[in-house]
Write a protein that binds this ligand. Sequence first.
Ligand SMILES: *Cc1c(COP(=O)(O)O)cnc(C)c1O
Length: 234
Amino acid sequence: MSEVIEGLNKVKDSIKEAAKEAGRDEKEITLVAVSKTKPVEMIEEAYRVGIRDFGENKVQELCDKMEQLPKDIRWHMIGHLQRNKVKYIIGKVTLIHSVDSYRLAEEISKQAVKNQCEQDILVEINMGRETTKFGLMEEDAVEEIRKMAALPGLHIKGLMTSAPYVVESDENMEIFHKMKRLAVDIQDKNIDNVRMDILSMGMSQDYEAAIKQGSTMVRVGSKIFGQRYYNEQA
Ligand SMILES: *Cc1c(COP(=O)(O)O)cnc(C)c1O
């Protein structure tokens, strides 16, 4: 068995296990296979066993891969997105996870209207309050989301976070718990054009904890495709 298939099977099993422990239906959780820096051949391997959701963090790489791979793949933009690159992915990606400012949302809206499409987005929250990370501070989320939600051509589907680096999955339990609480708070406000159906949290290091706290979308790279050997920072 190839390493990709082996990795996938392990990840799928542990998602199932974490869901079971949390008393959740595993079908509520979407696995986004994070293929950044990895070749299309590896994506094809995962595709052949049924994976359709893939995550990339760079616009150029995402567009290159999109061209070479089957059209029924759902692409997720998970990395920091510059406003001048929105035009290259608008309407082509299933979901933009990394909307971290009103100005970016405004550009997404502008491009969506121009291209006559509707773009689903998540709002990124810097729940760990890390200076090295993107995302809105928790206390600014509601106000910013209200403003973004009024823009045409986009739909807010939920929240995303990248939790701090940890060694043990459980160390981020509290961060994920706070994310879930924030999503519930926002949902309760019943803001027009805002749903909190998607909670994108959990990576290779901590997806089990994220699932236990209500994640509906985990973004897993290295546990499927192996370590990345070169600098992939945006
Ligand atoms: C790279 C990346 C991931 C996946 O990281 P792994 O540790 O390889 O699972 C998830 N989310 C974002 C935003 C990333 O950039």
